[in-house]
Design a protein around this ligand. Structure first.
Ligand SMILES: [Zn+2]
Length: 251
């Protein structure tokens, strides 16, 4: 059976693109040839997909640089009173996302997304005391596509819970991302202070349209409108999308 060489996706642990995709099932001879090369794009994963006692199926990818597996099906555990750990699928089970990013001194942006509502707050640091807020309706479909993007394309389930810089820093960018799951006692929290996961830029790229499509700026946008133009636009209740240009390089 012909196959296409899978794209080498970035490792969520170390950011290397020297990664390979596991292929399960009985491989054909040409697959063996590819998998035999050093740092192969295809790794032969075995004949059957193993379901471990913890309910984890085999991972989908491997990083040759840091030697770790990633891309496991995203499931969060929780304990049901004195019983075994139970598992919640993150993509289907999520019902609320919160994101915050702020610098000291500087801008701050906040987003709360549920299947029915999108709440946006923007305080860009562009020379005017702007505090912009919007509450908008959301749809299940839009909500689910953001969640799917986080877990399936950004490998959120493999992120560390906390990113800290090396050395001592008193100010700088703080960010936090929370995914709330249906089961009320279970949330996934990720945060960092002047330290970012390899997929941070992609996270901003995923969330940026939610701000831009609703006329608000977002983290990383460049402002060059004079303060007086901004205040005039505000007093006339004009759309503010002339304020920002393409994003700065992040982080
Ligand atoms: Zn790696």
């Amino acid at each position: 059976m012909p196959y296409t060489t899978p794209k080498r996706v970035m490792c969520p642990f170390c950011g290397s693109k020297n990664t390979g995709k596991y292929v399960y099932g009985l491989p054909g001879p040409e697959l063996f040839e590819v998998a035999d090369k050093p740092n192969p794009a295809i790794i032969i994963g075995g004949c059957c997909i193993e379901l471990s006692p913890r309910g984890m199926v085999d991972p989908s990818r491997h990083c040759h640089a840091c030697n770790r597996d990633f891309g496991r099906p995203s499931k969060a555990t929780y304990k049901e009173k004195g019983t075994l750990d139970l598992y919640l699928p993150c993509v289907e089970g999520a019902n609320r996302i919160e994101f915050y990013v702020g610098g000291y001194p500087g801008s701050a942006y906040e987003l709360v997304l549920t299947p029915d509502t999108l709440h946006l707050l923007a305080s860009p640091d562009c020379g005017a005391d702007l505090k912009l807020e919007k509450k908008l309706p959301c749809t299940e479909r839009k909500f689910r596509s953001v969640v799917r993007g986080m877990f399936n394309r950004l490998f959120l389930a493999d992120w560390q819970r906390r990113y800290e810089p090396e050395g001592f820093i008193v100010d700088g960018t703080y960010w936090a991302l929370s995914v709330y799951l249906e089961h009320a006692c279970r949330h996934l929290h990720f945060r960092g202070h002047c330290a970012f996961p390899p997929y941070y830029t992609q996270l901003l790229r995923l969330l940026r349209p939610l701000f831009h499509n609703n006329g608000l700026p977002f983290e990383g946008d460049d402002f060059d409108a004079p303060r007086r133009d901004i205040q005039e636009a505000l007093s006339l209740n004009m759309p503010l999308d002339f304020l920002w240009k393409r994003p700065r390089k992040q982080p």
